[in-house]
Design a protein around this ligand. Structure first.
Ligand SMILES: Cc1ncc(COP(=O)(O)O)c(C=O)c1O
Ligand SMILES: N[C@@H](CCCC[NH3+])C(=O)O
Length: 431
C-alpha cells in the first residue's frame, strides 16, 4: 500500500486508519472524504521534530491551510502548536472561528484586497507576507490608520525552476507571485520597506513550488536567498531575522512516487544553510517552513459509489461514480495521478481497465484514466487514495452538486468534522 494507514481486512475490504471503509460508506453515505487525524498529527510532528533538531528552538512550522481548511483542522494545527499560512480573509475567518490566535498566522497571496488588509490587521494578524511594492503601500496606509507597526516578510522569487507541474511552479522569475531578486526589484523593495514608519521588516520568504521530492531545489533556492540576504546586509546594513523557505515537499499518489524522508531532507537543507551562513558571515535567521500537502495529503481518502459501468465496444470502459471534479478537480486541472481501488474487492485480481469518471456534465470530469481494477458493478465502493490535500479545499458546486462531508478518524473512532452540504445550503444565498 502507498501509505501505512491503508490495509485490507479479513473481509477483503479496504481499511483506512484502522476502520473498514465499507462500514464508513454505509454510515455516512458517499461521496465521502475521510481524514486520518493521527496521520495529520504524525506528519506535523515529523516537521516539528526535524526543524527543532536541525535548526534549533526558534524554528517554526506553519501549516499551509490552502491544502485543506475547516475549523477542526485549524484546531488540530493549533493544538500541535503550529502556526498557519493563510491566503484569504475566508481562511482567516475560519481560523478565528476555530479559536486560533492569529499571532502566528502569516498572510500570503499575490493580491490582497484593501478589505483583506483591513480585516487582517483588525484581527491582529501576526505577519503579512508581502508580495510587491504596491501592497506594501496599502499595508503601510492601513497600519498607520490603525496606529500599529505591522510585522512583515517580503516574498521573493529566487529564480528556481523545480520542474514540477506548471500550475505549482512558483519560484521562477516570471511568476505572478513575489518580487524577483534577479531583476533588482527585490533590493529596491527592501530599501523602500526600510523607509516605512508603520512596517517592521522581519525577513524574507520564498516558495519554490509544490509536489517537490528533490531537496536540491531547496538548496538552490536557499542559496539564492542567503546570497541576497548577505548582499542586502552589505549594501543596506539590514540584518535579516527570519527566513521562510516555504512548503512544497511531495506526497505519494501512486507507487511511482518516491517515499520521502522529511527528516533526512530537512537535515540536508539545514547542513547546507548553516554552512552557507558561515561562509557569508551573516547571522543565522529563524527558519520557517510551511508545508501543506505533506501534512494532510496522505491523511485523506475519498469514497464513492459506482453507478453506471459502460463499455464502448472497441474503445474503453467507463466506471461512473457519484462524485467527480466537484470534489476532486485535480485530474481535470493537472492530470494528477491517483491510486484508485474498489474498496469492497480489495483482494480481487485487477484485470479490467477503466476510466473512472464523475457525474458532471463535462467530458473532462475524470478522476483517473486507465485504472486496473477488478470487474466493477453498480453499488461497488471506489476508494481514491491520498486525497487529503487540495481536494476538499478545491471542491465546487458545479452542476449544483453538494460538497461531501469530512469524517475524521482518531484512535480508530470516526467523527464528523464537516457536514454534507444540503440542498438548502445551495440556495442559501439566492435572493
Ligand atoms: C506560499 C506557499 N506556501 C506554502 C505552500 C504549500 O505548498 P505544499 O502544499 O506543496 O506544501 C504553497 C502552495 O504551493 C504556497 O504557495
Ligand atoms: N492546488 C494545487 C497546489 C497549489 C499549491 C499552492 N501554491 C494542487 O492541487 O496540487
Amino acid at each position: 500500500m502507498i501509505c501505512d494507514n491503508i490495509r485490507i481486512n479479513e473481509d477483503g475490504n479496504l481499511t483506512f486508519a484502522g476502520l473498514d471503509t465499507i462500514d464508513l460508506a454505509k454510515k455516512y453515505g458517499t461521496p465521502l472524504y475521510l481524514m486520518d487525524e493521527d496521520k495529520i498529527r504524525e506528519n506535523c510532528n515529523i516537521y516539528k521534530d526535524a526543524l527543532k533538531k536541525y535548526f534549533g528552538d526558534s524554528a517554526r512550522v506553519l501549516y499551509a491551510s490552502k491544502a485543506a481548511a475547516f475549523k477542526r483542522l485549524y484546531e488540530i494545527i493549533d493544538d500541535e502548536d503550529m502556526g498557519i499560512d493563510v491566503v484569504s480573509s475566508g481562511e482567516i475567518y475560519t481560523a478565528i472561528k476555530a479559536g486560533v490566535s492569529l499571532q502566528n498566522a502569516y498572510f500570503h497571496g499575490n493580491n490582497k484586497t484593501d478589505f483583506d488588509i483591513k480585516y487582517a490587521i483588525e484581527n491582529k494578524i501576526g505577519y503579512f507576507v508581502v508580495d510587491n511594492i504596491e501592497e506594501l503601500d496599502a499595508i503601510e496606509k492601513e497600519s498607520s490608520r490603525q496606529c500599529i507597526i505591522q510585522k512583515i516578510l517580503l516574498r521573493l522569487t529566487p529564480g528556481i525552476d523545480v520542474h514540477t507541474y506548471e500550475a505549482v511552479n512558483t519560484g521562477k522569475v516570471d511568476s505572478k507571485f513575489g518580487t524577483a531578486i534577479e531583476t533588482g526589484q527585490a533590493e529596491k523593495m527592501v530599501e523602500y520597506t526600510l523607509g516605512l514608519k508603520n512596517i517592521e521588516l522581519c525577513g524574507f520568504h520564498s516558495h519554490i513550488g509544490s509536489q517537490v521530492f528533490n531537496s536540491d531545489n531547496y538548496l538552490n533556492g536557499s542559496e539564492k536567498m542567503l546570497d541576497f540576504i548577505a548582499d542586502i546586509k552589505s549594501k543596506l546594513g539590514y540584518e535579516t531575522k527570519v527566513l521562510n523557505i516555504g512548503g512544497g515537499y511531495g506526497v505519494r499518489y501512486t507507487q511511482d512516487d518516491p517515499i520521502i524522508d522529511i527528516d533526512a531532507n530537512i537535515k540536508k537543507v539545514s547542513e547546507f544553510i548553516k554552512k552557507k551562513v558561515k561562509t557569508l558571515s551573516i547571522n543565522m535567521p529563524q527558519i520557517i517552513m510551511e508545508p501543506g500537502r505533506s501534512i494532510v495529503g496522505d491523511s485523506g481518502m475519498t469514497l464513492y459509489t459506482v453507478g453506471t459501468v459502460k463499455t464502448i465496444t472497441g474503445y474503453k470502459s467507463y466506471v461512473s461514480v457519484d462524485g467527480g471534479m466537484t470534489d476532486n478537480p485535480r485530474y481535470a486541472l493537472y492530470q494528477s495521478p491517483y491510486t484508485v481501488m474498489i474498496a469492497n474487492k480489495a483482494r480481487e485480481k485487477e484485470d479490467f481497465k477503466y476510466s473512472v469518471v464523475g457525474r458532471c456534465c463535462e467530458s473532462g470530469d475524470i478522476i483517473q484514466e486507465d485504472v486496473m481494477m477488478p470487474k466493477a458493478k453498480r453499488g461497488d465502493i471506489v476508494a481514491v487514495l491520498t486525497t487529503g490535500a487540495y481536494n476538499y479545499s478545491m471542491a465546487s458546486n458545479y452542476n449544483r452538486i453538494t460538497r461531501p462531508p469530512v469524517v475524521m478518524i482518531k484512535d480508530k473512532k470516526d467523527y464528523l468534522a464537516v457536514r454534507r452540504e444540503s440542498f438548502e445550503d445551495l440556495v442559501r444565498n439566492d435572493i
